[in-house]
Design a protein around this ligand. Structure first.
Ligand code: SAH
Length: 218
């Protein structure tokens, strides 16, 4: 693996884009250093795979900036035994990072072509603890609930109620909330049957979360 030229690019990404910006969870940093991000982006963008920005993945969707993936993952506070739900599979990259850090990942994508492509990417990197389903993720995936962590990788007008309800005790929902142009990353922790605590982190910009408890389709 020492002659893998992408390894150095990944290590640089980890040091300059993540560690330098207060990503401090060593498990997250190690996972970001392992998962071959270039295998999740279209051929034509492969040379930019480790750059400090999001990239198009087709159907008007994007793979998030590495820093945003790390920040959202760190906010979940995973230790290794969790079942995690992701809304917005996209390329499958965020799911592959989660797969390194939790026991089980269920990832929901509304666009069937993207879901199929993501399954191929995940197979290629051997992430066999991820299950990708085509569904409106704003409804969550009750069959496998509760989840110790839920991450929404699209921008929501408000935290979707079903997702809050599918959190385990002390579970965390990480979700960008705002209008269609800019959002604030919110972290909701379930403190009781009806109790939640919310922390607001950084401003961010995601593509729309489209669905019953998200934005209407335009
Ligand atoms: N996490 C992805 C990037 C996500 S881009 C990655 O690592 O590459 C946001 C994705 O959310 C898009 O693929 C979009 O189709 C999907 N999406 C939007 N609304 C959704 C919904 N209600 N349910 C499931 N997926 C949704």
């Amino acid at each position: 693996m020492n002659d893998d030229p992408t390894r150095q690019a990944r290590q640089q990404m980890v040091e300059r884009q993540l560690r330098a910006r207060a990503i401090s969870d060593e498990r997250v940093l190690a996972a970001m250093g392992r998962v071959p991000r270039h295998l999740f982006v279209p051929e034509s963008y492969r040379h930019e795979a480790y750059d400090d920005h999001p990239l198009p993945i087709g159907r008007g969707q994007t793979i998030s900036q590495p820093y945003m993936v790390a920040l959202m993952t760190q906010a979940l506070g995973l230790r290794g035994g969790e079942r995690v739900l992701e809304i917005g599979t996209g390329s499958g990259y965020q799911a592959a990072i989660l797969a390194e850090l939790a026991a089980e990942v269920i990832s929901l994508e509304r666009l069937p072509e993207l879901a199929e492509q993501a399954r191929q990417h995940l197979r290629l990197v051997g992430a066999d603890n991820v299950e990708v389903q085509v569904a409106d993720g704003t409804r969550g995936w009750p069959a496998r609930s509760p989840y110790q962590g839920i991450v929404v990788t699209a921008g929501a007008p408000a935290p979707p109620r079903p997702l809050l309800e599918q959190l385990a005790p002390q579970g965390r929902l990480v979700v960008p909330v705002g209008d269609r142009f800019t959002q604030i990353l919110e972290i909701h922790t379930r403190t009781g049957p009806r109790g939640y605590q919310v922390r607001r982190d950084t401003a961010c910009r995601f593509v729309d979360l489209v669905g019953e408890h998200g934005w209407p389709e335009t």
